[in-house]
Design a protein around this ligand. Sequence first.
Ligand code: ADP
Ligand code: MG
Length: 283
Amino acid sequence: GTPLAVLAAIARIARSGAFVKDGAHLEALSTADTIVFDKTGTLTTGSPSVVDIRTVDGITTEALLMLAAAAESYSEHPLGQAIVAHARAQGLPVGPSEHFTYQPGQGVSATVAGKKVAAGNRTLVPDAPETLPAQGIATAVHVSANEGYVGTILLADVIRDSARRSITDLHRRGLRTLMITGDQEMTAQAVAAELGIDDVRAGLLPDQKLAAIDAERAAGHTLAMVGDGVNDAPALAHADIGIAMGSGTDIARESADIVLISSDLNDLTHTVHVACRARRIVM
Ligand code: ADP
Ligand code: MG
C-alpha cells in the first residue's frame, strides 16, 4: 500500500490546488534533478494579443487579418483564437473556411475563398522573411495564400507572474530548468532570459519535444515535464513525471501524472517541496 506519509502529502498538495494521480508519482518527483517547461500556455499565460501586422505590397492589413482569421476560425490554439478575436474587434467578418487542418507545433491551413491559406511558423510558410525587427517576446504567425507569403501577424504573450518565483525557487532547491518549445529561437531566448531558465531548445515539433525528453533521460537525468498543449502530450507521457496545466488541453491533462488545477506555477514548487519532505519521512 501507499505509505501514510505519502497519502498525507497528496492531501496537502490537493488543498493547495494540485491533483496527484498516484503516490508513486510523488516519490518520482522527489528524485527529479531537472524541471522541463513548455513555453506557450505554461510559462506564459497563453492569452496572446495581436501587437503588429506586416504585409507584402498589394495586401492590406485588413485583408491579411481576414484571411488568417478565416483559416484559424476552428482553431483551439491560443494564437489562432487571438487572431480571430482581433479580427472581430476590428469589426471584420470571420470565415467561412473549409478543409481546416491543424499541424501541432506548426500552425493551421484551410481553404478560404478558393485559396489555400496557411498560418503558422516557417515550417508551414517557408518563404517568410528570416528576421522581423523589434520582436522581443512576440511570436510571429506567418501567412501564405496559395503558397505565396502574404504577411506576418505578431502576437505578444505575457509571462505568468507565478513563473518568475517558481523558477527562482526551483533553482534555490538546486534543480536545473530547461525550456522546450515549438516557438522560434528568438522568442524562446527572450522568455528564457527574462526568467533565468538554464537551457532552451526551440523550434521543436511534438516528436522532437519527445526526443529531447528521451535524450535527457538517456543522459541520466530524472525529469519532471510541465506542459499544456496537444504538442506536449507525448513528452509529458515520456518524462519521469508529467505535469499538466489545469488550463491545458484535455490530452495534456490525460497524459500527465499531476495536474496544476489553477495553472499556478507556485503550486508546482509547493508540490516539489511536499514530495521531498514526504520522501524524507518515508525513507
Ligand atoms: P509551445 O511549444 O511554446 O507551446 P506550440 O508548439 O503550441 O508552442 O506552437 C509552436 C509554434 O507553432 C507557434 O509559436 C506558432 O509559430 C505555430 N503555431 C502553432 N499553432 C498555431 C496556430 N493555430 N496558428 C498559427 N501558428 C501556430
Ligand atoms: Mg504550450
